[in-house]
Design a protein around this ligand. Structure first.
Ligand code: CP
Length: 355
């Protein structure tokens, strides 16, 4: 039987926008827990891009790498990843290493005391006894939020929680690396303002596209094409949010006519790990990006995918300079390093480093 926490259900029921401040540092009002993409505003994103750009420049030299490894050498991070992950796990782990942070990990509750009946909340409190930061990937929607709430409300040792993906709802740090990738790709093309983004695939259950929509809405005159079968369409909550923010979008069941004037293609895979019992998976091959599309997209268009991919982007696209998905994955390491430096309020050191 799940443990009961007085106050949790009423906190959970509040609209996200009304409780964002709860996840800020109580005295400095800086972000403390990273739970929702709604926590980020444009100045924060720009600040993080600047830190990430500086870290990657500093890391190019041996002297710079050694300097970076001192910055969080007194800190320890726990990676609690109990849902499969390659990129989020590896990029966080290596971002910790870049900054000199020691790490420990649990990747399967079958190897932790949860198998003996310990609750996930007690696990989180236990980790907080040993480390200074918890990064979590969990199959349950709302897990990171609850972990943060339990530590902030019940524990006398509250440490930051970073949501590395929760259920089919949110993946805020993926949104950070996606928007960072767009920002870098369009740095000579007027930035993200006025760009047309085409999102393709299982948009209903893809948490990366949901979180990215939240950040795209911060930019001026962005247009989004949502291309998917009707049964995998972007959910109403995001469409309503875009309506409220005045972001224009177009919903289509076919790629036809959507790619010619787009500035960025964002392909996603079928999220069939979220299938209902006995739900069969559709054939999405008509939504795949192949070499034939390279002839019709703009020379400046970039092609993204959060990965892992199956066949949504054929490998014969990989060598085209417009394929940005490998850069995108690497950008995740730099932006996550920048985020952790920010959370420990040590970003000034890289700003002051003379290259
Ligand atoms: N993009 C992403 O979250 O990849 P992983 O599932 O491999 O972490």
């Amino acid at each position: 039987m799940a443990q009961q926490y007085k106050g949790w259900e009423s906190f959970k029921a509040q609209p996200i926008e009304s409780k964002l401040k709860y996840f800020n540092h109580p005295s400095s009002n800086r972000l403390f827990d990273i739970i929702f993409a709604q926590q980020f505003d444009k100045p924060f994103l720009q600040q993080l891009f600047d830190i990430a750009n500086q870290i990657r420049k500093i890391a190019k030299s041996q002297h710079g790498s050694m300097f970076l490894q001192q910055l969080l050498a007194d800190k320890r991070a726990m990676l609690f990843f109990v849902q499969p992950s390659t990129r989020t796990f590896m990029s966080f782990l290596n971002a910790c290493h870049i900054l000199g942070m020691k790490t420990s990990e649990i990747r399967d509750t079958a190897t932790s005391s949860e198998v003996k009946g310990e609750s996930p909340e007690d696990s989180i409190r236990t980790f907080s006894s040993y480390v200074d930061l918890i990064i979590t990937r969990h199959p349950d929607e709302g897990f990171a939020q609850k972990a943060s709430w339990v530590l902030n409300s019940y524990a006398n040792r509250s440490i930051p929680i970073i949501n590395g993906g929760s259920g089919k709802d949110q993946h805020p740090t993926q949104a950070l690396l996606d928007i960072y990738t767009l920002s870098r790709a369009f740095s000579e093309l007027g930035g993200i303002d006025n760009k047309r983004i085409t999102m393709i695939g299982d948009l209903k259950r893809g948490r990366t596209v949901r979180s990215l929509c939240r950040l795209l809405a911060l930019y001026h005159n962005v247009h989004i094409n949502f291309v998917s079968p009707a049964s995998y369409c972007m959910r109403e909550d995001i469409l309503k949010f875009l309506d409220q923010k005045g972001v224009s979008y177009h919903i289509s069941e076919s790629l036809d006519g959507c790619l010619e004037d787009t500035d960025a293609i964002y392909a996603t895979r079928l999220q069939d790990e979220h299938n209902e019992k006995n739900e069969s998976s559709p054939d999405l091959s008509n939504y795949n990006i192949t070499a034939k599309h390279l002839d019709i997209i703009k020379p400046s268009c970039i092609i993204m995918h959060p990965f892992p991919r199956r066949n949504e982007i054929h490998t014969d696209v990989d060598q085209d300079p417009r394929a940005h998905y490998w850069k995108q994955a690497r950008n995740g390491m730099w932006i996550r390093a920048a985020l952790m430096l920010y959370l420990f309020e040590r970003e000034h050191a890289v700003k002051e480093y003379v290259l």
